[in-house]
Write a protein that binds this ligand. Structure first.
Ligand code: SAM
Length: 262
């Protein structure tokens, strides 16, 4: 069992890990902050300035950090399965009583019972639910309708290519791939290299090994990217799950932010 705690290293150490996670994610998502801005604006517009938020599949807690900076009266529960990313989150937010973190496996049917509250004003998630297969994601949407309070919101920012525009999708994908290759040639760190650096870090080595046991080694494929759903699928699925209104509130050629109002 791994012993790393927030006190194992100082705040500058944890902040550097959080920042390098953000840079790595931005390599894939140059408009990541734009999605976060839209998600937080819609959260504030629909639930007010002091929401109780669930940062679902929070990773290192990037959404929680933006939330608390924007809305000082908000509180957040970060929930994730990855012990290494949760260690960075707990270290980075060690002096922040408004942010707490729990371990949950979203494929566990009882995951909502592990949360700190029965209901949340807002559930926010980014770049995570495409890790789930379509059938598991449908079940998760049904559970989320029970986690979001009446009048509360769910916002999912993720890869949601629309299959009815294959030539547009292909051109947008090739264009973005060329950008990533240019940036990689200039030294930009991707998913595999980032995890290799964390695995080589003596503070995190044990907890990263535990993470590899759960998800696998990123160099050999640690998650299935195989089942993407269209924005229309997400909108319909949320209505069917019990959300009163749902729609796309932001999109790019391959990604979207979908909002469900409970
Ligand atoms: C690409 S990261 C995104 C993290 C964060 N939302 C962000 O935008 O920085 C995907 C996250 O989904 C989490 N995840 C994947 N499958 C999960 C599961 N079954 N239960 C809980 N979290 C899961 C991973 O551990 C990881 O933190």
């Amino acid at each position: 069992m791994t012993q790393v705690t927030a006190a194992t290293a100082d705040h500058a150490y944890w902040k550097a890990r959080q920042d390098s996670w953000d840079r790595q994610q931005e390599w894939y998502l140059p408009d990541r902050e734009e999605r976060f801005r839209v998600m937080l604006e819609m959260t504030e517009a629909l639930t007010g300035p002091e929401p109780e938020v669930l940062d679902l599949a929070c990773g290192t807690g990037s959404i929680s950090g933006r939330l608390l900076a924007r809305l000082p009266g908000a509180r957040t529960t970060g929930a994730d399965l990855d012990p290494a990313l949760l260690a960075i989150a707990r270290g980075h937010f060690a002096d922040e009583p408004r942010a707490r973190f729990v371990t949950v496996d979203l494929t566990d049917p009882d995951w909502p019972a592990k949360l700190l509250h029965r209901r949340y004003d807002a559930v926010l998630t980014a770049t995570a639910l495409h890790w789930m297969r379509t059938d598991a994601l449908s079940r998760l949407y049904g559970q989320l309708a029970g986690v979001v309070r009446e009048g509360g919101v769910f916002l999912n920012a993720d890869h949601m290519p629309d299959p009815v525009t294959p030539r547009i999708n292909e051109a947008a994908h090739a264009f973005d791939k060329a950008r990533r290759e240019r940036e990689a040639a200039a030294g930009r760190q991707g998913w595999v290299e980032w995890w290799q650096e964390m695995a080589a870090d003596p503070v995190l080595a044990d907890v990263v090994a535990e993470r590899y046991r759960i998800f696998g080694d990123p160099a050999r494929g640690d998650h299935a990217d195989g089942q993407f759903q269209s924005p229309a699928w997400h909108v319909e699925m949320l209505r069917g799950a019990g959300f009163a209104e749902s729609r796309v509130v932001w999109s790019s050629p391959g990604d979207a932010v979908v909002l469900g109002l409970r």
